[in-house]
Design a protein around this ligand. Structure first.
Ligand SMILES: CC(=O)N[C@H]1[C@@H](OP(=O)(O)OP(=O)(O)OC[C@H]2O[C@@H](n3ccc(=O)[nH]c3=O)[C@H](O)[C@@H]2O)O[C@H](CO)[C@@H](O)[C@@H]1O[C@H](C)C(=O)N[C@@H](C)C(=O)N[C@H](CCC(=O)O)C(=O)O
Ligand SMILES: Nc1ncnc2c1ncn2[C@@H]1O[C@H](COP(=O)(O)OP(=O)(O)OP(=O)(O)O)[C@@H](O)[C@H]1O
Ligand SMILES: N[C@H](CCC[C@H](N)C(=O)O)C(=O)O
Ligand SMILES: [Mg+2]
Length: 499
């Protein structure tokens, strides 16, 4: 990670209380990765304070420790006995982010970020696609990794500051000039993107998720709002979806900070205003106005929310300096975002199977309702909820599915450390009539088997994911692949019977 370089703390924007001349050879947040000369950032955690590992980091040769008062208290004796440099700051996470930005030293010139409970990956991908259609070297950074003109896998939606700045620097060195990144609420709360220089930022929507981490809706909202109140500088452009219940509040916060607000949506205050959407079996046509000019575009995207996300992405590109007409010209070239309302297979009788990443109550409702106008017959939904994630959302996801689909199958979705049957039982509280089929492959087979002409199956929750996490094992699993296998098996069995 050091690439052989050495920096002083001053060069990393850090003021030390001792050993200020220390030469840092790399930045790490996990003591197990400390090498000779590393700066170890001992951060507060959800399970333990990183200060507990300072002793080990010093033993492994750390030349500097960055921590908060609590970390310094925990390791007081070891720090006193060491000649390593010590930086104690109120917000060690924020300091680490700025140090990481300085350490890696490069990021794409034009960077934007998007927050919101749902739609971040979609908006980031569309933003990157628009830029690429305008012949710019662009990437999106988030849940699906780094995609576009430079690619890399990522484990998190908003990676920790060190991983993030390494990726941004690598992309910039590879010639990437434009980047759209996702700002998750965890990422914002943990200051992971505080060192990123944003020119514009967007807000999609706000509904229940991650209450296991944030505990209250107010804290969850504040984490998201920090994209505008802390990360995006004054004078940046805030692109706000005004159709969401929190749109007005977010716009007011951005204005109070001195940002230009670009309003998007059906709302009558929107400058980029969605006038109408028409759906057909393979996509939709969108009519919208920008200031006083009206445009219309045909898109190969399934689901009304994708049209809405696309306008937010267009707003981000305009907010980041692109010419509006060139942005609008790029829109017909948009491709489906992987795992978001993605057509996975079609049965011989014409019934379609879609895969979508809905994993919140609002997304489950939105996704099923969004598919409805594209479907003539029955709509069957497969849902599950993740283990070690907000348990409160489980019955609400079941309820949303029961309310909007004609038939529901409840199955497993990354049970992680929890009992899968207990998670399914919690989901079933919201949809007591649903079938309960733990094995996901079998659930998909049953869903596909139930498809008559004109029907559609919507498999929710995993989207682009390629694994099923059970305990700590990640078993290979891909909804789109399973759907194809099920369609092939059932169609050929039926053809065999007919022969
Ligand atoms: C809940 C959460 O965000 N946890 C993150 C947090 O871990 P934590 O607070 O639990 O850490 P901890 O285990 O208490 O340890 C405290 C500190 O001690 C350090 N440590 C720990 C053990 C050791 O031997 N040595 C050591 O130095 C850890 O690196 C950490 O800095 O800090 C760690 C790094 O400092 C992160 O890796 C970890 O992300 C975990 C892996 C995670 O899964 N996060 C998910 C929930 C997440 O961030 N998701 C969001 C949103 C997803 C969405 O879009 O819906 C995302 O952006 O991906
Ligand atoms: N604008 C929207 N409004 C409501 N639901 C949406 C919207 N956009 C996407 N969704 C739903 O949320 C799912 C996830 O979309 P996407 O991956 O873009 O969101 P995300 O915010 O990146 O999610 P994550 O928090 O996991 O990173 C989609 O598959 C869809 O079901
Ligand atoms: N980024 C989200 C993804 C959830 C996807 C779903 N398949 C699950 O495991 O709950 C999270 O970590 O909460
Ligand atoms: Mg995402």
């Amino acid at each position: 990670m050091s690439g052989g370089q050495r920096r002083t703390l001053a060069q990393l924007g850090l003021a030390a209380t001792g050993g200020a001349q220390a030469q840092v050879t790399g930045l790490v947040i996990d003591s197990r990765e400390v090498r000779e000369g590393s700066l170890f950032a001992a951060l507060p955690g959800t399970r333990v304070h990183g200060g507990e590992f300072i002793q080990y980091a010093l033993r492994m040769g750390a030349s500097a420790i960055l921590t908060d008062a609590e970390g310094a208290r925990i390791a007081k004796a070891e720090l006193a006995a060491s000649d390593a440099a010590l930086v104690v700051t109120e917000d060690a996470r924020a300091a680490l982010s700025c140090a990481a930005a300085l350490w890696f030293g490069a990021q794409p010139e034009v960077m934007v970020a998007v927050t919101g409970t749902n739609g971040k990956t979609s908006v980031a991908s569309f933003t990157r696609q628009i830029w690429q259609a305008m012949s710019l070297e662009a990437i999106n950074v988030g849940t699906t990794g780094v995609e576009g003109s430079y690619t890399a896998p990522l484990a998190h939606t908003t990676p920790d500051a060190i991983t993030l700045h390494k990726v941004l620097a690598d992309a910039a060195h590879a010639g990437v000039t434009h980047a759209a990144m996702e700002a998750s609420s965890h990422g914002l709360d943990q200051r992971r993107l505080d060192g990123v220089q944003l020119v514009a930022a967007a807000f999609t929507n706000f509904s229940q998720d991650h209450l296991d981490y944030h505990h209250t809706f107010a804290a969850y909202f504040d984490a998201k709002a920090a994209l505008f109140t802390r990360v995006l500088p004054e004078g940046g452009v805030a692109v706000i979806n005004m159709d969401d219940g929190k749109g007005e509040d977010m716009a007011a916060l951005a204005e109070a900070r001195g940002q230009d607000v670009l309003r998007v949506g059906r709302h009558n205050t929107a400058q980029l205003r969605l006038l109408s959407q028409r759906f057909n079996p393979t996509g939709q046509s969108l009519r919208f106005s920008w200031l006083d000019e009206i445009s219309q575009v045909d898109l190969p995207l399934i689901g009304g929310f994708q049209g809405e996300n696309l306008l937010v992405a267009a707003g981000l590109c305009i907010g980041a300096g692109a010419d509006a007409n060139r942005v609008f010209q790029a829109l017909p070239e948009m491709e489906t975002v992987r795992g978001r309302m993605q057509l996975a297979a079609t049965r011989r009788n014409g019934a379609a199977v879609f895969v979508d990443f809905a994993h919140t109550p609002d997304a489950v409702a939105t996704a099923i309702k969004a598919l409805r106008p594209h479907v003539q017959g029955r709509l069957i939904a497969i849902i599950g909820a993740g283990g070690d994630r907000d348990p409160g959302k489980r019955p609400l996801m079941g309820q949303a599915a029961a309310q909007h689909a004609d038939l529901v199958i409840v199955t497993d979705d990354n049970p992680r450390s929890e009992d899968p049957a207990a998670i399914r039982a919690a989901v079933m509280e919201g949809c007591p009539e649903a079938a309960n089929v733990g094995d996901r492959a079998e659930a998909i087979l049953r869903g596909v088997d139930a498809l008559g002409p004109g029907d559609a199956l919507l498999i929710l929750g995993k989207g682009h994911e390629t694994g099923q996490t059970v305990g700590t094992d990640v078993l290979p699993f891909n909804d789109a692949e399973q759907a194809s296998v099920a369609v092939m098996a059932l169609d050929s069995a039926e053809a065999g019977e007919g022969a």
